[in-house]
Design a protein around this ligand. Structure first.
Ligand code: SF4
Length: 707
């Protein structure tokens, strides 16, 4: 009998619970945890293969340092590594100021790791230059919720899928990206013959294949579509005037906006049929409970925030929120994107959903941390952070648990930035990422199965996880690395701190400080502790002191966390994608995920069986578009634009309309002769969320006659 330790899957934001099986301090198996509310024992192919990734050959096991760029890194001890890092950061800060350094972290870190990174940058150093790869997946959802509902809080729970009558899946493909959520959708379909499923996606995805209605809209036309749906709801008297009057504000202005979006106009903008738009609106408006699930297709857009707001409007206008089976439910891409948001681990946020732009919030955080102040100057969000690195405004960057040399758009710029930096630190578990080539200092971190802390999944559910096995080599927990560095840096700064800013001896001490910072906030977790999470199991926030359980759904009382207590309609206008196709670059390139791979494949790329379904990145295009270019299935195509190029085999896909192509996002330089799809994407960002438009680029596709 193997020893079993409860944990969670480290891939997607569903946050499935699992049991790690160990033998002689080695991970030998995983099983779904039947007691975890996210998955009730189920796992997808990725989660069920996690034990196969627990191997040392891809791991970074010792600190490595190079003092000159042209030299290879050499193994060093932790003392030397962290002293060197502290000296370099202190020198750069002394010479160029606190905003000359930056931290780029990850939605795969635990909440406690995130908390200390945030405190290191904003508290100790005095810069808000701390951002995260969650900027690439969730920041438009954050801004969309805040603009409309007043707080970054998904109001729904997974159980809503079982009790909804109309499921609108928008810009998401849970069949491959959130498979255990998709199992719930399949169960709901089997149990409720009246359930209507509408999928909005420019491509006929695996999720669209089970839809009653698939709206294959033109990329980037989401706002026009949602405005058009609201236009139909108004015209057919399917809005809830009582709810609008009692619980919202701003509807009159939006009504004027959507008057310009009748179905005929929207059909033209979105390349859809009028009848499809009317049908979708009727199903949504006439259902007893309508639920939306949405993700990167909405978020990764140069108008992602308003994509989110326009969808949320449908729920507010029909009163489809705060009830079982109803509400706008943003799915998170990464396992702890939510936790990072909770501790304010982005350049524009502060702890416990506080806003950097709010002086009272800054004062509250300064008080909590025992500091005179925290800086007001906004930090640089991901794309701008690397642009500033390239310009030389930022001199040193500390990257943790993420791979910007693959995952950020416009890789030409990002790689030039990493090359130009004075000092690059990479805190990582894996040695096989594209970013490793640019690191002057590599610090080995522990990873899945080796860490203690908390994670929050898409439905606001917090799980406490503990290590199943010992750390390999000299790897250290992420929070420990940060705290050790912070103490060394603190002693070297021009004005060393007198108080103890990093007194932690365990992740629990960090959790307890974070917990206190949430008191009275929308995400109040003052009733939670590691002990309670262990004895009662995972819990949803809010969970204030004195509560006996977390809250399944938010806004049941129709009161929203805005100054007026009312949810807000935002006047949202249709705007096209940042980059349009033209005669030279005539193909709209879309990107997405495959079922068996995760992000840049540093983990899934080590498991042979995860290549059984898809063993290389294939460019999907309509058969007629392939024929027009003299391409047949399996031929190699050249895909390019002014930013970059790549060569990939093609695959016919009649589920794509002509003029569109789709490429999986997972392959980077470690696996192909290019930076992958992000060699081609552009750095245009949403003005509110600063999330880049990763979902669309204009490219030319031609036959490649490779030698
Ligand atoms: Fe892991 Fe997501 Fe699969 Fe669950 S659905 S096992 S969290 S990858």
């Amino acid at each position: 009998m193997h020893k079993q330790v409860k944990s969670t899957c480290c891939y997607c934001g569903v946050g499935c619970g699992l049991l790690i099986e160990t033998d002689k301090d080695r991970i030998v198996g995983v099983r779904g945890d039947p007691e975890h509310p996210a998955n009730l024992g189920r796992l997808c192919t990725k989660g069920a293969s996690l034990h196969l990734t627990a191997r040392p050959d891809y791991r970074l096991l010792h600190p490595e340092l190079r003092r000159q760029r042209q030299l290879p890194r050499q193994r060093v001890g932790w003392e030397q590594a962290l002293d060197h890092a502290a000296e370099r950061f202190a020198e750069i800060i002394a010479a160029h100021g606190p905003d000359s350094v930056a931290f780029y972290i990850s939605g795969q870190l635990l909440t406690e790791d995130y908390y200390v990174f945030n405190k290191l940058a904003k508290g100790l150093i005095g810069t808000n230059n701390v951002d995260t790869n969650s900027r690439l997946c969730m920041s438009s959802a954050v801004a969309g919720y805040k603009q409309t509902l007043g707080a970054d809080a998904p109001p729904c729970c997974y159980e809503d899928i079982a009790v909804t009558d109309c499921l609108l899946i928008a810009g998401a493909n849970p069949a491959v990206a959130h498979p255990i959520v998709f199992r719930r959708i399949e169960d709901a379909r089997a149990a409720n013959p009246g359930l209507r499923i509408i999928v909005i996606d420019p491509r006929r995805s695996e999720s669209a294949a089970i839809a009653d209605l698939h709206l294959a809209l033109k990329p980037g036309t989401d706002i026009a579509l949602y405005n058009g749906l609201l236009h139909v709801l108004l015209g057919e008297d399917l809005v809830d005037r009582e709810y609008i009057a009692a619980h919202t504000e701003g509807f009159a202005a939006l009504e004027q906006t959507v008057a310009a979006f009748p179905p005929a106009v929207v059909a033209e903008i979105c390349a859809l049929a009028e009848a499809e738009i009317i049908q979708a609106a009727r199903w949504f408006g006439r259902s007893a409970a309508a639920l939306s699930l949405y993700c990167q297709g909405l978020n990764q857009s140069s108008h992602g925030t308003h994509n989110n707001a326009a969808l949320i409007h449908l729920h507010l206008a029909t009163g489809q929120i705060g009830r079982p089976g109803a509400g706008p439910f943003s799915l998170t891409g990464q396992p702890n994107a939510m936790g990072g948001r909770e501790v304010g681990g982005l350049a524009n946020l502060l702890s416990a959903h506080r806003d950097l732009a709010n002086p009272e919030h800054r004062a509250e955080v300064a008080r909590l941390w025992g500091l005179p102040s925290v800086p007001a100057q906004p930090g640089k969000a991901a794309v701008e952070l690397f642009a500033a690195l390239k310009r030389g405004e930022i001199k040193a960057v500390w990257i943790a648990c993420t791979n910007p040399a693959q995952s950020l758009p416009d890789q030409g710029t990002v790689r030039a930035a990493l090359q130009a930096a004075d000092f690059v630190v990479l805190q990582e578990a894996f040695a096989n990422t594209d970013t490793a080539a640019y690191a002057d200092l590599m610090l080995p971190a522990t990873t899945w199965g080796e860490k203690e802390g908390t994670v929050t999944n898409s439905e606001r559910c917090i799980t406490h996880i503990t290590p199943a096995v010992s750390r390999p080599g000299e790897a250290r927990a992420d929070w420990e690395i940060v705290v050790d560095f912070a103490r060394r840096l603190g002693a070297r700064l021009a004005q060393p701190l007198t108080g103890q800013l990093f007194p932690y001896a365990s992740p629990e001490a960090i959790f307890n400080e974070h917990r206190e910072s949430t008191r009275g906030r929308d995400l109040d977790i003052t009733g939670l502790s590691y002990a309670l999470l262990d004895s009662a199991g995972p819990q949803q926030w809010p969970f204030p002191e004195g509560a006996s359980s977390g809250r399944r759904r938010l806004y049941a009382d129709g009161v929203f966390p805005t100054p007026s207590g009312r949810a807000r309609f935002v006047a949202v206008e249709h705007r096209p994608t940042a980059e349009s196709t033209d005669d030279t670059h005539s193909i709209s390139l879309l990107s997405g995920r495959l079922r068996d791979q995760w992000h840049g494949m540093s983990r899934t790329g080590t498991v042979a069986r995860l290549f059984n379904l898809d063993d290389e990145p294939l460019l999907s295009m309509h058969p007629a578009d392939l024929r027009q270019r003299g391409l047949v299935s399996g031929d190699v195509a050249h895909v390019g634009n002014a930013r970059g190029q790549l060569h990939v085999r093609v695959k016919p896909d009649a589920g794509l309309l002509r003029g569109r192509a789709w490429l999986p996002m997972h392959w980077g330089s470690q696996f192909m002769n290019s930076a992958g799809v992000n060699a081609l994407t552009l750095s245009a960002c949403d003005p509110f969320s600063q999330q880049p438009e990763l979902k669309h680029a204009a490219v030319a596709v031609a036959r490649a006659d490779l030698p």
